[in-house]
Ligand binder design. Sequence first.
Ligand SMILES: [Fe+2]
Length: 243
Amino acid sequence: MRYAIICDVHSNLEALETVLTEVKKREVERIFHLGDIVGYNANPNECIEVFMAENISSIMGNHDAACCGLDDPLWFNSAAKQAIIWTRDKLNSKCREYLRGLPEQLVLEGRILLAHGSPESRDNYILDWMDAMRQFAVMEKTSMNICFYGHSHLPALFAFRGFNHDLAQHGKHTLDWSNRYLVNFGGMGQPRDGDPRTCFGIFDSDEMTVEFFRIKYDVLKCARKVEKAGLDTYLAERLLAGV
Ligand SMILES: [Fe+2]
């Protein structure tokens, strides 16, 4: 089965539409999103409506939970918190209910986990090898071979054996069912690795391959909408810089 995997759309309609155009050229059977449909940028309802229309399956991110009122935005920085409060006000009731109904995690084919922050928690960050090792232990207990995750907005490929983090930035990699992996295709609606292009991944469970993609989109249009909406200008600046 061929899956497109996207994460951290964050109300960035321009990135979402560009990625979907690219995904449709690549004959995937399902599209999964790893949480944070909303927050930061200026098109929350429009992005959720695309998810509904395109039948994209999503799990819940920490921004989704805060924006639909399931969590308090206590632990967010001030720009993120302002965007959450702005988004709460803008969400229509249908879109709010859609967010409230998102599952915490999903399992594909019995051994592939989809999680927002980490296998352990929606709010955990996996940033380095030590974080990854802790999460491999969690995966072992639940017999998961691969976990696709997001939240950090940083592309990464950690392998339990044969670690090579540097390979994760581009291209296609063949995985091995006897190993365990943590895979992050990057934060498509707000990249933070210094590259402002949007991103997505394709996982082929028959070939056992993951492929990382980066593509240009109209980042300036999205940044201008952020400014026009009255959101923190830092959010527009970081989009343009990819940080
Ligand atoms: Fe996020």
